[in-house]
Ligand binder design. Sequence first.
Ligand SMILES: N[C@@H](CCC(=O)N[C@@H](CS)C(=O)NCC(=O)O)C(=O)O
Length: 238
Amino acid sequence: MAKHPTTTLTYFDARGRAQYLRYYLRYRDVQHDDDRVQLSADFSAWLAIRGDRTVVGPFHKLPVLHWGGQLIAETAVIHAFLHKTLGDQARLSEEENLRHEMLASSLQVDVMLPIGTLIWADVAYAGVDLAALTKRTAERLRGHLASLNRTLDEWQWLERAKQRPVMLADCLLWEEISVAQHVFGDHLRINETPTLARFYEECPAQALFASILGDHPCQITGRPAEASAIAKIHELLG
Ligand SMILES: N[C@@H](CCC(=O)N[C@@H](CS)C(=O)NCC(=O)O)C(=O)O
């Protein structure tokens, strides 16, 4: 008998909001279809399915998780659903669950979102002052990573992580450190946040995460020509 119902994670062929969910499903051995909507300058693959609510869910946005007969939309809701359904919620105390939720929320809202916004900025917001936005985003991110570093120390995140399976908050933390380093390069100075640097190196799933990325390299966002946008960010921070 299958351990889990038929599972499909649908997202763009990008890291974005779903890469950490891919890591988690693979690491926790959940057989699933990694359904990737191909990116192109005209978004034709997306436009072809965007109207089909049985595929893209109630808000016509991705990611969407099909879990047996259930369709779950919204990244944070998919996260909460998997955390509970795969038994992680029950493995943690109430205080630890709150910490996992706080960390995930902070990574999604204060790391993932501003980085995605910056990559898209000159395309999505005509007339934006890209140099100012880049500098401010990098500055705010460095400050935020310092807060995360301190908090993970106070919460003894690394020590506690050794006593439990790899969970969604770990996958998200690893992914956002990886994305931040890719987008900001040397300007991020990850070694100034030694707990984050250690987590990134020592997370027991890091080899699998790196191999998933290596086997299927893809952009962070769906922005056309993302590599040149990231090169521009490096130049502006230069
Ligand atoms: N609130 C949603 C936002 C999802 C979202 O904006 N997804 C983007 C890709 S990262 C999307 O589907 N864009 C296509 C569109 O809006 O047409 C979540 O957190 O999952």
